[in-house]
Design a protein around this ligand. Sequence first.
Ligand code: MLC
Ligand code: AMP
Length: 502
Amino acid sequence: MNANLYALFASRFPQDRTACCIETHDGLFYSWNDLDRATAKIANLLASLNLPKDSRIAVQVEKSPEALILYLATIRAGYVYLPLNTAYRAAEIEYFIDDAEPAVVVCSPQNFGWVSKIAFKAGTQHVFTLGDDRQGSLLVRAALQSNSFDTVERRPDELAAILYTSGTTGRSKGAMLTHDNLASNAKVLHDYWRWQPGDVLLHALPLFHVHGLFVASHGALLNGSKMIFLPKFDATEVMRHLPRSTVFMGVPTYYVRLLAEPAFDKNACANMRLFVSGSAPLLTDTFNEFIARTGHTILERYGMSETTMLVSNPYDGKRVGGTVGLPLPGVSVRVVKGDGAPCAADEIGDIQVKGPNIFKGYWRMPEKTAEEFTSDGYFKTGDVGKFDANGYLSIVGRSKDLIISGGYNVYPKEIESFIDEMDGVTESAVVGVPHHDFGEAVTAVIVTRPGAAVSEGDVIGYLKSRIANFKVPKRVFFLQDLPRNTMGKVQKNVLREQFKDA
Ligand code: MLC
Ligand code: AMP
């Protein structure tokens, strides 16, 4: 049997292929026939390029139905999809392209100049453009292709996607996900969250991370359900479409912003069946206020790029605020002490996981991959948590130095290295402090050279020209010295405490 993920989706398309598969915010309708034919055309285009096996197709484009179609076409043609955050700037894109050596790069028409320069320099042969308005060379070229395509045969353990995720030290690592990693997780979530006939997904997440690209889209595709596609999250737009939707997925910031809308109430959610939250901790206050305002209990789940989804609150059973729920069927989750011994209930330790959804390894980093797995095959998540007596897992912290801002991961080390190269800076420490909207806000604490005149505005301006906006500190503070422990290590907990009300 063909284990290509696209074949799984195609086997679940609804009988009526003229039904709507994607509806856009501005009133366009794509049927399942459209999806099938458009993926065939782009798959034919990719096949016509005679790319080597396992070629990476790197994509940095704004959200649109065509962006999802490009993802599905890549899988269908047997290539490896590599999505990139649209906020990334030249230095970040250059790193990913140099590291992944994609055979094809697809970018927004307005970025063609600088992206193609980076790609051609790295040896990429083909650079196409794709706009969010159905413009660009990719569609022009694909239009000439046949609209039928035999989905390429793939084994379960062959690569489907690479998602870059950063490390505490060193540069970003590409997490290699196979067809079976994605298919197994999609099937488990489809059943666990009880996708059903008549479901409509309101899709407001970006399409370049696990949450929006896999968790949300795969659920709707497996269920043959319509998706209402918003170009980005906007609370007013979400409320406009909620009355025709049944399922919504988001990061906690989305729920905070919805609750800030006075009209967001039981009526607004009357047609809804399920609200899912993940990618960052959902505050218990938000969880409780949501119940009080809407009558709905948000279902919180936990996962990561390397593993897709691991743990989820139940659909029918009790959803417990402040916990991420129970291990998903087929996924083993354990919490262990420093010496590897299992923790008792309510005892805090490192979270380790195993299952068919766990990635194949980091792209071209066999040593790093080996380090992240235990001798008995568990992946070390870098998250710290505890099980309660009922088997519900809570995430209580991270052993990895990571800030999650509005659902995006920011690695302090990366920001510190940019700040440290500024004239007049001696050293810096970047921490996350509580933020009402983003959950955590990136905050920099800097020590300058005597006599140097570096201002908060200078630092922010310098960083904005170099890295994605969401990584740029919201505030910058200056100290004479950074607090250090007896080992000389910067005490970030002290800084987090000192600037927690910033
Ligand atoms: C945008 N900005 C952010 C930001 N997003 N800053 C910090 N954190 C963020 N997440 C910047 C903007 O560039 C802008 O900067 C300023 O903050 C204000 O922008 P905004 O208008 O408020 O932002 P908006 O465009 O509304 O975006 C916020 C958001 C978005 C929360 C809607 O970030 C978002 O959709 N996040 C979801 C991320 C996601 O999909 N995560 C899943 C990862 S998968 P300036 O300087 O221009 O003013 C994963 C695994 C799993 O983690 O388990 O799911
Ligand atoms: P990413 O590398 O972008 O896939 O981010 C994965 C990380 O997000 C995990 O390792 C967790 O630290 C965090 N995360 C995901 N879901 C949750 C959640 N529900 N609660 C707390 N943290 C979460």
